[in-house]
Design a protein around this ligand. Sequence first.
Ligand code: KG4
Ligand code: ZN
Length: 368
Amino acid sequence: MPPPRPAAADAPVLVLGLETSCDETGAAVVADGRWIRSNVIASQTDLHARYRGVVPELASRAHAERILPVVRRALSDAGLGLDAIDAVAVGHRPGLIGSLLVGVAAAKALAWSLGKPLVGVDHVHAHLYAGYLAEAGGGPPSDALFPALGLVVSGGHTAIYRCRSPIELTRLGGTIDDAAGEAFDKAATILGLPYPGGPNLDRLASTPGANDRAHDFPISRLSPTSLDFSFSGLKTALLYAVRGVPGPDGVFPREAGAPVEPERSNLAAAFRRAVVRAIILKLERAMDRLAGEGAGVRSLLTGGGVTANTLLRSELARLARARALELRLPAPELCVDNAAMIAGLGHRLLEAGRTSDLSLQALPTVTG
Ligand code: KG4
Ligand code: ZN
């Protein structure tokens, strides 16, 4: 791949980012790794709603249909032609393999035909970059934020990172079963809430008068020093609270069905509290561990769809205040999957010379 075009003294470097790792087809143009010129997302929520979860084959087919119209729209929203783009960045890991392949193939074709650099971006790392983007309201992209602790909580990922810079990340822990968003979505199904479950459960839990202490749901700690997460026991506790504990024959005492109010709101509030408590507890552990190693952090970077959760947002703000850390909490539209975060982090990788050639692969699993 050719090196980036040398920019004129004041010409911004424009990166086109593509995002197709799961069920959002995204394209965005970001200037100088910070300024969002356009950010287009074609959501597939309606397509998957009747199945109450993402159907991989439907997702990849929809990406294939939408990727080029979405790219065209991102360019026209930015008022740019393809020839103005300095590099093409693509989320190439982790995610659904068929979905990733669509973005990677499109990015390779664009980069090759334009003669511009191609940059492969880790989708999970990119979530932590969302707070850098100007529209996120997170303040300037200052490297004084580092070292930082990073939290990504989404439908597919739940992990804590030690971040030395936006592109030097070490995974400290992650979920051993469900991701936090997945747990919210499954809990919403148990409570009879429509898809997408997480935001609906959040709304229900915020019902005035909902009692989050009505149920004492387990907060998973794992071993005393673990920085990993587990949400499957909590999910089972909710199921048993709704349908009773199954007998030796495996049959539940109560039929499946939405609990009546106010019990349903109480269950949602108690469940949300347990998830949020588990996340905050692991962040506190991570901060204590790093401080004990003489590697204290200056800021808390967050990202992923679950950071749109209202209780989590307020608890993260409280934690950051208590620990005197700067908190980067992206605006809700940048918490969910988007291509602006891919273009932004792609810019930083481009600056560091970490470009890819046409052998760039789509990788479904977490690699770091
Ligand atoms: O980051 P994202 O858009 O996609 C993945 O990379 O997974 O995250 C989507 C996840 C879904 O599980 C969704 O239910 C959850 O984020 N989510 C929420 C809220 N908004 C989105 N979970 C809890 N409370 C919310 N307000
Ligand atoms: Zn994501």
